[in-house]
Each structure stands twice: as structure tokens, then as C-alpha cells.
Ligand binder design. Structure first.
Ligand code: NAP
Length: 207
């Protein structure tokens, strides 16, 4: 089916959003000829317990600040406004309904998250509705993604390329490291956009 529109769905916790995420989204725009990228901060992830300081509203606002200068980047509240546990299948179904059958959806997220896809709710349906872009950090062993593709092929018998790997050197930056740095009083200025750094300081996050 010919895709009229190609949309990147940047799924993640974004706790906080950093330059690695922005570079990954920009690289996906370029490599996959996407029309736009929608950042979707996760709401209440089924696999995590969040503490107060990482509440969705802070993560959402920091993502809005970080993406505001790029006319092809957008941020959606779709997951943070959803009641109860948030599953990717619900988001993808909603976006498909919103943008129509002929829109190609490309779910961009970290390769480690994609490796767990067989444990996600309705894996087979998600695989039918969208493609995946696995963003990797330098030195990542992509043979694990290859094994996943083989397992998916056995399970679904569908040989259409649905998982793509995209190496992003800027993903040497990580949210975990940024939170640790803030806790230790070390600088984060060139790891996140200035507005995000100011937001973290103003709201006393990650102390
Ligand atoms: P995560 O464990 O927070 O992140 C896994 C790794 O991927 C981390 O190294 C992370 O780096 C990186 N990463 C996360 N999002 C990224 C992005 N958009 N681009 C590049 N790297 C990224 O994973 P998560 O955030 O919880 O889950 C990722 C996505 O998968 C979310 O949209 C989540 O809702 C979805 N998911 C769905 C289900 C389900 O439906 N059952 C289950 C699990 C995950 P940083 O820490 O630096 O971001």
C-alpha cells in the first residue's frame, strides 16, 4: 500500500528528554523521509513504578520546551492523559484512526525497549499497524535485533521488513546519566537543551 503520509512516533519516558533523543528524531526524519515526528511521553508505563519527581506533566513540558524550535517536531499528550496503564497498541490504534489507513507509522525508540516487544500487549497487531526504528547507541550489538526479527518471522510468518536499526552516536547521552549528574551536582548544560536544564533547576527535579 502506498503511504500518503509518513509519521515518526517517538515513544519514550523522556525523563528527561535530551539531545540524543532530538538527534535520533532528526536522523529518522532524514533516513526514512518522514513528514513529521510526534514525541509521545509515556504515561503510566505498564513495566515501571514512577516516583513523584518524574510525573508525566514535568516530562511532557520538558519535551515541549525541547522540541519547540523544530517545525517538524510535535508532542502529544495521548499517553499521559490516558487513564490506567498505558500500552503502545492503544496509542498506535488511536493514531491510525486519526491519520487514516494510508498513513505509515514508524515507532522510534531505544533498541533495548524493542528487544522486549514480544512481551508487549498485542505484539502481532502492533507489527501489522506500524514499523519500528530501533535507535542504538555506539557499540550496540545488533545481532540481538536480528534474532528478534527471526523470532517474529517464526511467530507471524510475515517476512515484510518491519524493524529497522538506526545507529545514533549522540545516544551516548542517556537520561539515567543526566539524573545521576543532577543528583551529584555535576553539569548537564550541553547534554540537554538550555530550556530543559533551566526547567530541571527551577523545579528541583532529580535531586
Ligand atoms: P526505557 O526502558 O526507558 O528505555 C530503554 C532504552 O531506550 C534506554 O536506553 C533509553 O534511553 C532508550 N530510549 C527510550 N526512548 C527512546 C527514543 N525515543 N529514542 C531513542 N532512545 C530511546 O524504555 P521506555 O521509555 O520505557 O519504553 C520505550 C517505548 O516503548 C515507550 O513508548 C513505551 O511506552 C513503549 N513500551 C510499551 C510497552 C507495552 O505496550 N507493553 C512495554 C514497554 C515499552 P534514555 O533513558 O536516555 O531515554
Amino acid at each position: 500500500m502506498k503511504e500518503n503520509l509518513k509519521i515518526g512516533i517517538m515513544g519514550g519516558t523522556f525523563n528527561p528528554v535530551h539531545h540524543g533523543h532530538l538527534v535520533a528524531a532528526d536522523e529518522a526524519l532524514y533516513q526514512f523521509k518522514l513528514d513529521k515526528v510526534i514525541f509521545i511521553p509515556s504515561g503510566d508505563p505498564p513495566h515501571k513504578n514512577f516516583s513523584e519527581e518524574t510525573i508525566a506533566e514535568h516530562r511532557y513540558l520538558m519535551t515541549v520546551i525541547a522540541t519547540s524550535a523544530n517545525k517538524k517536531f510535535f508532542v502529544s499528550r495521548i499517553e499521559i492523559d490516558r487513564k490506567g496503564k498505558s500500552y503502545t497498541i492503544d496509542t498506535i490504534r488511536e493514531l491510525k484512526k486519526m491519520y487514516g489507513e494510508n498513513t505509515g507509522l514508524y515507532f522510534i525508540t531505544g533498541a533495548d525497549a524493542i528487544l522486549e516487544i514480544l512481551t508487549w500487549k498485542k505484539t502481532e497487531e502492533i507489527m501489522q499497524l506500524c514499523s519500528f526504528i530501533a535507535a542504538t547507541r555506539p557499540g550496540y550489538n545488533i545481532s540481538r535485533i536480528q534474532e528478534l526479527k527471526e523470532m517474529l518471522f517464526k511467530k507471524t510468518n510475515n517476512n515484510i521488513e518491519k524493524i529497522f536499526v538506526m545507529e545514533v552516536p549522540a545516544l551516548a547521552i542517556s537520561s539515567t546519566d543526566i539524573r545521576k549528574r543532577v543528583k551529584e551536582g555535576r553539569p548537564i548544560d550541553y547534554l540537554v537543551p538550555e530550556g530543559v536544564s533551566n526547567y530541571i533547576l527551577k523545579h528541583g527535579l532529580y535531586r
